[in-house]
Write a protein that binds this ligand. Structure first.
Ligand code: ATP
Ligand code: MG
Length: 443
């Protein structure tokens, strides 16, 4: 991409309407544009990042055997009346009438719709478990949309649903998602901790929120610091290994404020390990048995008997993750954004020093650009006449992980190369490519 032809509307200063760093940065480097309260358009830079996050979320769902589908954003009110949630959901639900005066709604979540899809086709216990997911826009008419895309009204979410015959099988499905979420957030270089949570309007009694620590988060949490040491690396996708993983986490107190009990906290956690702080909820998993299958009559035949299926649902805030990663990785003081390379908007930036009457650096830059493209390195080249140091600042702010500078310090076939925020070295293009490809492999 040539910077001069890109749609990356950079602002000189932080916009005054944004109070947290992710919102500031996203507006500052032109990742999003607000269209109305809590509703945003995603511009090329922001959209690229979100799509890469979506792909990682997708791969980790596929890895545990969940099948991808796509449900619509607009739903009929009928199924919500069947489950009894049409009234309960209240004002967060955006209700619409079509030209025949039928009551429709913009889906805030999909338990009803998926249950309807399930019951229309699955009749025998032999088809279980069924694990399905989709990645789709949701709408919730939040009381206080704020912090940019962190709490907005229209947002992009991965939601999965599981259907099982017994309680025990359903918990196995739940635990698969538990592992899948740990793997997903790890790939995004986030330390997300599963915390026992309240189930709210989704229902049920088993639930975990996956939370990353951040001062600007809206969830209050209480935990034992030792939980950060638990790892899921050797976990396998069988019942025993997954139960073992859950137990490793459950050894430590970790709850959101709805589940907080001062006495339990102080009895279970030695003082030096107590942590009460704030975090951002990036994922939420629920087990709710037959809460929907019973009223909606979703059952299977099990040896001549009718059994209501046991269900769970599993959400990841794909669009919220963009902001959450910024909150976790942005170095506000030095104005450097550290995107993990697997989701960075571009992998490498080529920054030539360009004078009005000397095109030679730009020509060199274009040659390197061509070569990097052939090597499958997604590259942006700054072909503008902007001042050299402000170009470098700009790519630090956007957060391109590798930079090749072609300025006064480049000699012959050696160019100034640096990983973002690190020292610069003079290297050949071949060596630069090796470093980038290696880094991509291990990430
Ligand atoms: P919250 O407690 O933040 O309101 P929730 O419990 O209502 O979230 P879920 O129904 O569990 O959310 O939705 C799954 C995921 O979708 C959440 O973990 C979060 O990452 C994301 N999400 C929920 N509401 C919003 C929103 N208004 N804007 C952006 N992302 C959201
Ligand atoms: Mg929640």
């Amino acid at each position: 991409m040539l910077f001069s032809k890109s749609f990356i509307p950079i602002l000189k200063n932080n916009p005054s309407e944004a109070v947290i760093k992710s919102h500031q940065l996203m507006l500052r480097v032109g990742m999003i544009k607000q269209s109305s309260a809590g509703i945003y358009s995603w511009l090329p830079l922001g959209f690229k990042i979100m799509k890469k996050i979506e792909q990682i979320v997708r791969e980790e769902q596929n890895r545990i055997g969940v099948q991808e589908i796509l449900m619509p954003t607009i739903q009929s009110s009928e199924i919500w009346k069947e489950s009894g949630r049409y009234e309960d959901y209240g004002e967060e639900m955006l209700r619409i009438k079509d030209r025949q005066s039928r009551e429709m709604l913009y889906g805030p979540t999909n338990e009803e719709l998926i249950t309807d899809i399930f019951r229309s086709s699955i009749k025998s216990y032999k088809s279980l478990p069924q694990l399905l997911y989709h990645i789709q826009w949701k709408f919730r008419d939040e009381l206080r949309p704020r912090f940019g895309i962190m709490r907005c009204r229209e947002f992009f979410m991965k939601d999965a649903y599981s259907f099982d015959l017994s309680d025990d099988d359903a918990k196995f499905s739940y635990n698969k998602f538990f592992l899948s979420y740990l793997r997903t957030f790890k790939r995004l270089k986030l330390s997300a901790i599963p915390m026992a949570a309240d189930t709210g309007p989704i229902g049920g009694n088993l639930s975990h929120e996956f939370i990353i620590l951040a001062e600007t988060g809206e969830s209050k949490i209480y935990t034992d610091k030792r939980i950060f040491e638990v790892n899921s690396e050797k976990t396998e996708l069988n019942k025993k290994s997954l139960i073992n993983l859950r137990e490793k986490y459950e050894k430590y107190y970790a709850v959101t404020d709805e589940k907080f009990n001062k006495n339990d906290f102080e009895t279970n956690v030695p003082e030096e390990f107590r942590l009460s702080t704030k975090g951002i909820e990036v994922g939420h998993i629920f087990y709710f048995g037959d809460k929907y299958s019973k009223p909606m009559n979703a059952s299977v035949d099990y040896k001549g008997k009718k059994e209501f299926v046991k269900m769970g649902s599993y959400g990841v805030g794909v669009s919220r993750l963009v902001g959450a990663i910024i909150e976790a990785k942005y170095d506000d003081k030095n104005e450097i954004m550290n995107w993990p390379i697997s989701i960075s908007p571009y992998e490498c930036a080529i920054i030539p020093l360009i004078n009005k009457n000397d095109n030679s650096n730009l020509e060199k830059a274009l040659n390197i650009y061509k070569y990097l493209n052939e090597m499958n390195i997604d590259t942006i080249i700054d072909d503008t006449e902007e001042n050299f140091s402000s170009k470098i600042k700009k790519f630090n702010l956007i957060g391109i992980p590798f930079q090749i500078k072609i300025g006064k310090k480049s000699e012959g076939n050696l160019y100034e190369f640096s990983e973002i925020g690190e020292e610069t070295k003079n290297l050949s293009v071949e060596d630069i490519v090796k470093i980038i490809i290696n880094k991509k492999k291990i990430n």
